[in-house]
Structure formats: structure tokens, C-alpha cells
Design a protein around this ligand. Structure first.
Ligand SMILES: *[C@@H]1O[C@H](CO)[C@@H](O)[C@H](O)[C@H]1NC(C)=O
Ligand SMILES: *[C@@H]1O[C@H](CO)[C@@H](O)[C@H](O)[C@H]1NC(C)=O
Ligand SMILES: *[C@@H]1O[C@H](CO)[C@@H](O)[C@H](O)[C@H]1NC(C)=O
Ligand SMILES: *[C@@H]1O[C@H](CO)[C@@H](O)[C@H](O)[C@H]1NC(C)=O
Ligand SMILES: *[C@@H]1O[C@H](CO)[C@@H](O)[C@H](O)[C@H]1NC(C)=O
Ligand SMILES: *[C@@H]1O[C@H](CO)[C@@H](O)[C@H](O)[C@H]1NC(C)=O
Length: 484
């Protein structure tokens, strides 16, 4: 049978005839109306661009029974649909069901849409066909779990433009438990896969999805630009290893908003490469806005800057951040040998509950890819602004540790009220090798951050001009199911 989604004129005629037959059947048999409604369904969604061509994974032999492998169906579907990249683009619909699959690559001008009751289940097999092994990231020089290569991410894309992964809160389940066990037992030959990784690409939208139990990081845009991440729920056990939420890595112009993350590592981790490899690659993360993030991560940060920051991190704006039972809020992590910089960081309006540290800056994070890092490569940490923060049940207000002979400068903290826990540490602030100022902060800060008096309560910067990614307007797109 010829595939109807190609939509030449002849199929339009067939569709009309089918429609007429169905309308006739419908008027004859009321009981059939529900079925008709289902197969003629269509829906709308918001996206950076809409598509001319549509198909369902079932058109490619996909079976949503949770048992049958759909690896081939997804790979075939995307190879077929990539033909439309320069002809209006295409969208692939995943209906309700459980769709077991190994990793697959996306294409340009393409949308993957998951129905609200669709679950992509990551294959439990560690067969190299299901999970091809690729080279380490050039800015890292090696895999994080093992020195060699790394398994490709469940959903990957390289060298793409205009790619969307969205849904009406459909689910991608990484079934990570087996990978976590292998990691803990030191049995991994290669680095664990991520759930979504988009490399060397631009114009990316990842929205309205739930991501469960990733083997490792959840969402990893790397060496990319113009990225919108919106309405993502990420859930993994708080003890699961390295299950970072969203990791913009050597990316420009990124907007992360309305996300809810419970994880075993940093909810958002901003990165740009590791020691000598990151310095040589030299690609920063800049122009990043994170807003309306809710984070629960008892052993990690709501937002981490680093520790891999050797390509530099600049112009990060975080606002309206809520963290509950989280180790620290917006943390800088770096070390001797990293080089690079973290500068022009702006944070405002955080509501924090049950935290170990509200402010935590670490200059001695350690963790090197190998012994070839340059001990003279000192990171520049400069212009870290925090304002308008209320925190409760906090063990220690701040732990701020720069590097000797490399002080971290321009640290500004204003309008902050920290309610200490009943069992709080006796000394609420510890500071070393840092410089900056405070205003309107309780409990009173360390001497290295002198209080400039109440008139400076709004002294800490937050830019007023918007980033280009904030100008992106979403279109209303539609998907119409075929009469197949
Ligand atoms: C996500 O879903 C919400 C409704 O829950 C909708 O308002 C919003 O437009 C959607 N966003 C995207 C980018 O799909
Ligand atoms: C996906 O693309 C990568 C290159 O980025 C390649 O190594 C891998 O084999 C591709 N996977 C599949 C299933 O085609
Ligand atoms: C991506 O593009 C680069 C440069 O054009 C090329 O060297 C590389 O092979 C491409 N990779 C893939 C997976 O397409
Ligand atoms: C999406 O699904 C998750 C998991 O079931 C749920 O916690 C979350 O509230 C849902 N989000 C929306 C916007 O419906
Ligand atoms: C101080 O922060 C609170 C929120 O925590 C905010 O409501 C208030 O307007 C801020 N005050 C100033 C002077 O900016
Ligand atoms: C306060 O924090 C401690 C941990 O430091 C926690 O055990 C306790 O439940 C928290 N109390 C409230 C009221 O959240």
C-alpha cells in the first residue's frame, strides 16, 4: 500500500471517499462514532516552526506494547522523513502506548511529538546496535564514566537546524536502574547515554515532556545555539548517580523556563568543557536565562556553574527559582587547571526551603580528566550577583572559597533573609579568597563582604535588556491524523 502521508492528489481523492463512507457509517451506527472521532482526531501545539508533512510511528511498523523493539521503526521513520527537510519539514507522531526503543538520530526541520499517554521506553539491552558508541566530546577529551567512547544518547542530533521534541506531557523513560548498577559496580566499558543530546545544532525546542530515570544526564544541548527548553518535568531518584536535569554546554542564547526537576544531581548544570580539552576547544556558554525553575535535589545544587567551565561561562540570568530540600542554590564549581571564566552571573528572586548552603562557591573542586592539566590555568570568577532571596531552615548561610592568589571578585549579595535551622552551624558564613559587598543581608555576612548599608539594597545587578531567545515567538501548529 502506498503511504498516505506523502499526500499526492490521488490520496486526497481516496481520503474524500473514505470520509464520505465514514460519515455514512456514522449516521447509520451511533456506536461507531467514538472510533471515528479517534481516527479523525487532530490537535494543536506551540512550536518555533510548523511542518508540512506528517506521519505516525505506526506507519513504520511501530508497536506500542512495551515489548516489541521500535528501534528500527524510529530509525526508518526519520530516514524517510529527512527527505522533507528542504520541503516544509516533517513531524513524527507517537500515539498512546509504550514504545520500547534503542537510540535514534533526529534530522533537521523535524518535530517529534509524543501523545500525553505515550511513553518512550529506553531499551534495556546494552547491545551496540541499540546503543552505538561514539567518540568523547572534544571539549572533554574523555568519557566521564570511562576513558574511551560513550554510548549515543537515546535521542540524538548532530549538525541540525530547526529540531523540536515536544508533546502534551508525553514521557521518555530512560529505565536507568541497570545503568546505575553498572556504574556503581565499575562495570561500564563506555560512558552512560544521556536521554536527549543535541550537538552542533541551532534552533532547538524541547518542551512539554516528562523525563524519567535517565541513565545519566537528562537534556544535553552542546555546541549549539538558540535553544528553548520549556515545561519539562524531570524525575529520578535523589540518590541516582549523575542524573543532572538540563546541561547547557558550550551553548549560546538558551532559555530554560517552567521546569520541575527532582534528581540525583544538579537540576541545571551549566558547562563548557574540561581542563586542557575545554581550554583548547574554547567554546563558552553565554546568554542563558533560567526562570521559574523548581528543584528538589538534596545532594546537589539547583543551578551549578561548572565544574567543567574551561571554555567560559558568561551572562547567565536566573530568576524566580524555587528550591526545596536542596544542598545549595546557585553554585560555582571550579578548580586550578580549569582556566576559563565564570562572569556576569545574575540571580534574583529565589525562594528556598531546607538548604545546606544558600551560597556556595568552590575553588577546589578537583576532578581532572587526566594528569595533563595545566596547574597555571587559573579560572577567573568575577561578577556574581545575588538579590531578593528568602530562605528557611538553612544549616549554613554561605561557604565561599576562592583560590589563593586567584581571588574571586565582584561578589554582590543584597536583600537576603535567611532563616537558620534549629540545628544550624554556629558560624553561618565562611569566606576565603573572595571580594565583594553586601547590603540588607541576614544573618550578617563575613568581613570579606562588607555591608554597604540599606541604601545599597538594590545594588546587585540584573540586566534589563532581553536576550535574543526571549524574542522567539511560538506558532500554533497542527497535526491531523491520517485515515489509515
Ligand atoms: C506547553 O503546555 C502548556 C499547557 O500545559 C501550553 O500553554 C504551552 O503553550 C505549551 N508549550 C509548548 C512550547 O509546547
Ligand atoms: C547517529 O549519528 C552518529 C553520528 O553523530 C553515528 O555515529 C551513529 O551511528 C548514528 N546512529 C544511528 C542509529 O544511525
Ligand atoms: C558535522 O559537521 C562536521 C563539519 O561540517 C563534519 O565534520 C561532521 O562529520 C558532521 N557530523 C555528522 C555526524 O554529521
Ligand atoms: C506532566 O506529568 C508529570 C508526571 O506525571 C506531572 O507530575 C506533571 O504535573 C505533568 N505536567 C503537566 C503540565 O501536566
Ligand atoms: C527584597 O526581596 C523581596 C523578595 O524576597 C522583594 O519582595 C522586595 O521587593 C525586595 N526589596 C527590594 C528593595 O528590592
Ligand atoms: C529542616 O531541615 C532539616 C535538615 O537540615 C530537616 O530534617 C527538617 O525536616 C527541616 N524542617 C522543616 C520544617 O522543613
Amino acid at each position: 500500500m502506498e503511504l498516505l502521508w506523502i499526500s499526492p492528489k490521488r490520496t486526497q481523492v481516496i481520503k474524500m471517499v473514505l470520509l464520505l463512507v465514514m460519515v455514512a457509517l456514522l449516521s447509520l451506527r451511533g456506536a461507531e462514532s467514538r472510533k471515528f472521532a479517534e481516527i479523525s482526531d487532530s490537535f494543536e501545539y506551540s512550536a518555533i516552526s510548523c511542518r508540512a508533512h506528517s506521519a505516525s510511528i505506526t506507519d513504520f511498523g511501530g508497536v506500542g506494547d512495551g515489548q516489541t523493539s521500535n528501534t528500527k521503526a524510529f530509525r526508518d521513520a526519520i530516514i524517510q522523513l529527512s527527505r522533507y527537510s528542504s520541503d516544509g519539514g516533517s513531524q513524527l507522531y507517537v500515539p498512546a502506548g509504550k514504545w520500547l526503543t534503542g537510540s535514534f538520530n533526529l534530522t533537521s526541520h523535524f518535530t517529534l511529538y509524543l501523545h500525553k499517554d505515550a511513553v518512550l521506553l529506553a531499551s534495556q539491552s546494552q547491545d551496540l546496535n541499540e546503543w552505538p558508541v561514539i567518540k568523547p566530546l572534544p571539549s572533554y577529551g574523555r568519557g566521564r564514566d570511562a576513558a574511551g567512547g560513550r554510548y549515543t544518547s537515546l535521542i540524538s542530533g548532530t549538525n541540525l537546524t530547526d529540531v523540536i521534541i515536544t508533546g502534551n506531557n508525553g514521557t521518555i523513560d530512560g529505565q536507568g536502574a541497570l545503568w546505575w548498577q553498572k556504574f556503581h559496580k565499575g562495570k561500564l566499558k563506555f560512558t552512560r547515554p544521556y536521554l536527549i543530546e543535541i550537538m552542533f545544532s541551532s534552533d532547538i525546542q524541547i518542551s512539554n515532556l516528562t523525563l524519567l530515570n535517565s541513565p545519566s544526564w537528562n537534556v544535553h544541548p552542546v555546541y549549539s545555539s538558540n535553544i528553548l527548553v520549556q515545561g519539562i518535568t524531570i524525575i529520578a531518584p535523589v540518590t541516582s548517580p549523575n542524573t543532572d536535569g538540563i546541561n547547557p554546554d558550550s551553548c549560546t542564547n538558551t532559555r530554560i523556563e517552567d521546569c520541575y526537576i527532582v534528581s540525583g544531581d544538579d537540576c541545571v548544570a551549566v558547562k563548557s568543557g574540561w581542563d586542557e580539552y575545554g581550554i583548547a576547544f574554547g567554546m563558552p556558554t553565554k546568554q542563558l536565562v533560567i526562570r521559574r525553575l523548581t528543584c528538589i535535589s538534596p545532594y546537589s545544587a539547583a543551578i551549578a556553574l561548572g565544574s567543567e567551565m574551561s571554555g567560559g561561562i558568561q551572562d547567565v540570568r536566573a530568576e524566580d527559582i524555587t528550591a526545596i530540600h536542596t544542598e545549595s542554590a546557585v553554585r560555582v564549581k571550579t578548580a586550578v587547571g580549569r582556566g576559563g571564566y565564570v562572569k556576569d552571573i545574575y540571580v534574583k528572586r529565589m525562594t528556598l526551603h531546607t538548604m545546606k548552603w544558600v551560597f556556595w562557591i568552590t575553588g577546589n573542586y578537583g576532578s581532572h580528566p587526566d594528569n595533563h592539566y595545566d596547574p597555571n590555568a587559573l579560572p577567573v570568577i568575577q561578577g556574581i550577583n545575588y538579590r531578593d532571596i528568602v530562605a528557611e531552615n538553612v544549616s549554613m548561610a554561605a561557604r565561599l572559597e576562592g583560590i589563593s592568589n586567584d581571588p574571586f571578585t565582584g561578589i554582590c549579595i543584597s536583600n537576603v533573609t535567611i532563616g537558620m535551622a534549629a540545628k544550624a552551624k554556629k558560624v553561618p558564613w565562611t569566606c576565603a579568597d573572595i571580594q565583594g559587598m553586601t547590603s540588607g543581608v541576614t544573618p550578617p555576612p563575613c568581613d570579606m563582604l562588607p555591608d554597604q548599608g540599606p541604601e545599597k539594597i538594590s545594588a546587585c545587578d540584573f540586566p534589563t535588556e532581553r536576550l535574543p531567545i526571549d524574542m522567539v515567538e511560538l506558532q500554533k501548529c497542527s497535526y491531523r491524523m491520517n485515515y489509515m
